[in-house]
Design a protein around this ligand. Structure first.
Ligand SMILES: Nc1ncnc2c1ncn2[C@@H]1O[C@H](COP(=O)(O)OP(=O)(O)O)[C@@H](O)[C@H]1O
Ligand SMILES: [Mg+2]
Length: 251
């Protein structure tokens, strides 16, 4: 296996006193693409939020480490600085801050360096062209009045500009038409290389067409109940999630 990037061991976590993750184990190696499948409400978004250090969620047991370092005491912005990035299921609107400013500010905060405006703009423009985003979007307020598809493209734009070590994509393809799924899929494929990893939650496996998936994990009831190679996606697509539990119960 590749060098470990993210390692989660026996994670128990929840929100407002309710346990959602119940002993979850997951390891993502450097340069790998992992997919998490699971029914609604199984804890997928919770897992992503916990990896990113969302203050609302509480880890009650187990460990999370990134490049061998314990993430426990790190705040969200510190995790972003280490190279973690979360693309949301429902991206937020940020009135008053333009797309360009937001991404440049984030890039400066993460790298700790002043980002020169001219080369930054040049790259932003090129990436926006690839994502088929009109140039005027750079000047619009973050996600305000964006359609579902535009919000998702904007998430991929951030990914391409911020170049994290681990991209956590939480249903970045949900609610998109086929053309937009294609653009998101190409964007993720463009981002991915041997030096970075992706952990992708999706119900629409078309987003994976342009990627070589290394490992698939099935999350049910707060635990990884099944793991396998990319062929597991086809099994789930054709037989659903419940057959896994049935098979494990020997039915
Ligand atoms: N902030 C929250 N407050 C209360 N319950 C929550 C909260 N976030 C998630 N949950 C509950 O945790 C479970 C898992 O949710 P979630 O992680 O969003 O699942 P998934 O992304 O797999 O659909 C659900 O039962 C959901 O209602
Ligand atoms: Mg979710």
């Amino acid at each position: 296996m590749a060098e470990k990037l993210l390692e989660i061991k026996d994670l128990h976590a929840g929100v407002e006193g309710k346990e959602i993750l119940k002993g979850l184990n997951l390891t993502v190696g450097k340069g790998e693409v992992h997919v998490i499948l699971g029914p609604n409400g199984s804890g997928k978004s919770t897992l992503m939020n916990i990896i990113m250090g969302h203050p609302k969620y509480e880890v009650t047991a187990g460990t999370l480490s990134f490049e061998g370092e314990d993430l426990k005491d790190l705040k969200t912005f510190e995790r972003a600085r280490k190279g973690l990035f979360l693309s949301f299921q429902t991206p937020e609107e940020i009135p008053g801050i333009t797309v360009e400013n937001m991404i440049r500010t984030a890039k400066q905060a993460i790298s700790g360096e002043k980002i020169k405006i001219i080369p930054f703009r040049r790259k932003l423009k090129a990436m926006m062209e690839e994502l088929k985003m009109k140039p005027e979007y750079a000047e619009r307020y973050m996600n305000v009045g964006f359609s579902g598809g535009e919000k998702k493209r904007n998430e991929i734009l951030q990914l391409l500009m911020l170049e994290p070590k681990l991209a956590l994509l939480d249903e970045t393809d949900s609610g998109l038409d086929v053309d937009a799924v294609q653009i998101v899929s190409e964007g993720v494929a463009k981002f991915h290389n041997d030096e970075n990893s992706c952990l992708i939650i999706t119900h629409n496996t078309r987003i994976l067409e342009k990627l070589k998936v290394d490992r698939v994990h099935v999350l049910m009831n707060g635990q990884i109940v099944e793991e396998g190679g990319p062929e597991l996606i086809d099994t789930i697509n054709s037989r659903g999630f419940t057959h896994i539990l049935d098979a494990q119960a020997g039915k």
